[in-house]
Design a protein around this ligand. Structure first.
Ligand code: FAD
Ligand code: SF4
Length: 656
């Protein structure tokens, strides 16, 4: 697409066309402002069938498998998955397949410092970061799940209330200022939810019944029908308490159509991650298309922002490199100029761009980085997974990947001692936990026991885990016996996921690798990531105990595997396993990359003020979950959308 510079120049230049960049573009375009988006990835394909085909043919069905650049080629002994060398790609990204290759920069885009811990329970132990993202037009919501929850009032004042982490700027007031934008964000995403369960839930957190959405509000669409799985939990968990808080199940507000609208109705085929084949699920391309339709927004694809220019303390332009093919040479360069600038490249690429922009007088540590906070406080929802088999069929692998959660435990006095979490109820069987349906199939075909269903395994409660006691251990089945066994297993598979909040740690950070570059010659991110605080580790202890109680209440058998003892050095050091209080835990990434250019009350401890405006450069804004001072427990994107809508109003006010 060729760019036409408007007569008065661009009002705003935005880097990134994910949900946050697209929301800003749409709001400003609607208001008649001239906007240019620089998008590092390729354009949205004419048909999503193109991405579906890549997904169908991918050997590993991971969140990133449908999207460019292609993740897998021919394998070899040293590179069994055939992962491309990130040095050969123009827009490499971090993928979940790279986690196990985390200390091999020829297979992993992120570069990690050497492990210095010598014991697996040492809080200084470093890990692979668990979460990934996309570099394509429309961004990472191509493969989000769609969970769309508000943060809670106390999430904004964790320090004041519980003495942990930091407050958001203005604390409780920040929550109040965000409420109208939360409401608009549910409309932008088109969230499906019944209002009453949310009112009931928020009452337990002392939020006035209509406090979240306003008196006459209702969600854009009615809620998605809960799964049979949800109903099982609904009936059984109400007898339980965690830290004196009663459990109950709440249907999850979701960014997918519960009925036909501008997009199709969800068909319930459990493919939301990595890609919804029929776009029943919202993704950033929806808002990007709306932005372009205003006629005031232009976008330049395959255009990687690589430097921010300053004139005095003001941003005067953003330099970029262009390319034609994912692995070809750079084919051009240029500088985009506007009156205001917005960085919306997510929480790894945004700080990388700021840090790369280190040639401006007075800013040797990068743009917007007088505080030395850029890249610091990298966080995620570190997830604990638990899985089991129900007595009666619940017909897993149907419906969206999750339709309900246990939200009542997201806040409480316990937060002085341990991290809070929300509990996501999964509908996708053991897909995430054990890579099923494939692993169970392989176990019963080849006589293996990777799922613990086909051997002599015993769970932590002393129960035998062999699925069919009439069969010998390590059975090899075929024909109708194989089919009947698999069917009986799959329809009973349960999965719980705990989104454990993580505290900001300035040493968890994104820096520039001094050694490794991508194919455009740009430095790759060096990531240091630890889970140092007992606050977070105590969250894992609580999650583990809660799972056992929940599965017992369900009458289910727990299959959660105790991870192998972590290996700290050698050829395959454990990427995400640690020991704590004599127990071994594995964490999983939630896909929620948070906190590397945070907002705050002070220019010395934060990158942005409460308007999401750089303390150092008043014509520079940043959006996305990188602005969050803490993770809270809700999945971040509804809050990202609300904050982007708020930032758009701030930019409009500035532009006058
Ligand atoms: C598996 C998975 C499941 C998830 N599920 C949920 C969920 O259920 N609920 C929820 O709330 N959140 C979920 N998330 C998180 C959600 O996807 C992100 O919060 C959201 O997509 C972030 O939006 P963004 O616009 O800030 O960034 P992105 O969507 O990542 O967009 C960033 C854009 O910037 C572009 N870009 C990057 N670098 C450059 C550069 N140098 N120059 C130009 N362009 C550049 C990229 O190509 C991209 O288009 C999930 C994430 C994952 C990985
Ligand atoms: S369940 Fe299927 S149709 Fe519904 S959002 Fe997920 S992938 Fe799309």
């Amino acid at each position: 697409m060729s760019i036409t510079i408007p007569a008065g120049g661009f009002d705003v230049v935005i880097v990134g066309s994910g949900i946050s960049g697209s929301i800003i573009a749409y709001q400003l375009g609607k208001a008649g402002k001239q906007v240019l988006i620089l998008e590092g990835g390729p354009p949205v394909p004419k048909s999503r069938e193109d991405y579906m085909q890549t997904f169908f043919t991918a050997n590993a069905k991971t969140p990133e498998s449908p999207y460019p650049p292609t993740m897998q080629g021919t394998g070899s002994a040293s590179n069994p998955l055939g992962q491309p060398d990130p040095a050969t790609l123009n827009t490499p990204r971090y993928t979940v397949l790279q986690i196990n290759a985390w200390q091999n920069p020829a297979q992993c885009y992120f570069v990690y410092p050497p492990q210095t811990a010598t014991r697996a329970d040492d809080p200084e132990m470093t890990f692979a970061f668990g979460s990934s993202y996309e570099r394509v037009a429309g961004g990472t919501t191509w493969h989000w799940l769609g969970t769309s929850l508000n943060h809670l009032p106390n999430d904004f004042q964790l320090k004041t209330k519980y003495g942990q982490g930091v407050d958001w700027p203005g604390g409780a007031q920040f929550y109040q200022s965000l409420l109208p934008y939360y409401r608009k964000a549910t409309e932008t995403i088109g969230v499906s939810s019944d209002k009453q369960p949310m009112v009931d839930l928020y009452k337990t957190f002392d939020v006035q019944p209509d406090g979240n959405y306003g008196p006459n509000y209702d969600f854009p669409m009615p809620g998605i029908t809960p799964s049979l799985n949800d109903v099982l939990y609904e009936d059984k968990v109400t007898s339980l308490k965690i830290d004196n808080i009663g459990l109950f199940v709440t249907p999850t507000p979701q960014g997918r159509n519960s009925q036909p609208g501008k997009r199709r109705q969800c068909a319930g085929n459990t493919n939301c991650i990595p890609i919804c084949p029929i776009q029943a699920k919202y993704d950033g391309t929806v808002t990007l298309a709306e932005a372009l339709q205003t006629g005031n927004v232009q976008i330049q694809y395959k255009t990687v922002a690589n430097n921010i220019r300053l004139s005095g303390d003001q941003v005067s332009g953003i330099d970029y490199l262009t390319y034609d093919s994912q692995t070809g040479p750079s084919t051009g360069k240029g500088t985009a100029v506007g009156k205001r600038y917005v960085l919306a490249a997510h929480a790894i690429e945004t700080p990388k761009l700021l840090l790369m922009s280190n040639g401006n007088p007075g800013y040797p540590n990068g743009v917007a980085n007088r505080s030395d906070q850029v890249g610091r406080n990298l966080m995620d929802h570190v997830m604990y997974l638990a899985w089991g088999l129900s007595k009666d069929p619940i017909y897993a692998f149907r419906g969206p990947l999750s339709t309900s959660g246990i939200e009542s435990v997201r806040d409480g006095a316990f937060r002085t001692q341990r991290a809070a979490y929300r509990i996501e109820i999964g509908n996708e069987g053991w897909n995430w936990a054990t890579n099923d349906p494939y692993t169970t199939l392989a176990d019963f075909v080849f006589g293996q026991n990777n799922t613990q269903l086909n051997g002599d395994s015993v769970n932590q409660q002393g129960q035998s885990l062999r699925f069919d006691p009439s069969l010998p251990a390590f059975s090899q089945l075929y024909g109708s016996k194989l089919v009947a066994t698999l069917n009986n297993v799959y329809i009973r598979q349960l999965r719980l996921g705990y989104l454990i909040e993580q505290l900001p740690d300035p040493d968890n950070r994104v820096q520039l690798s001094s050694q490794y570059k991508d194919h455009l010659g740009l430095p790759r991110p060096q990531v240091t990531y630890r889970i140092r605080e007992n606050y977070v580790r105590n969250g894992f202890v609580s999650a583990k105990a809660a799972s056992t109680e929940i599965f017992q209440a369900l009458g289910a058998t727990e299959y959660t595997q105790v991870p192998a003892t972590p290996v700290l050095s050698g050829t395959s050091p454990s990427p995400t396993t640690f020991q704590y209080l004599g127990d071994t835990f594995t964490f999983y990434g939630a896909g929620h990359i948070i906190g590397t250019y945070r907002m705050g009350d002070s220019a010395t401890t934060s990158v942005l003020n409460a308007r999401q405006q750089s303390w150092d450069h008043s014509n520079l804004y940043m959006v996305g979950s990188g602005v969050f001072p803490t993770t809270a427990t809700a999945n971040p994107t509804l809050t990202i959308a609300a904050l982007a809508l708020q930032a758009a109003d701030n930019i409009l006010a500035d532009l006058g």
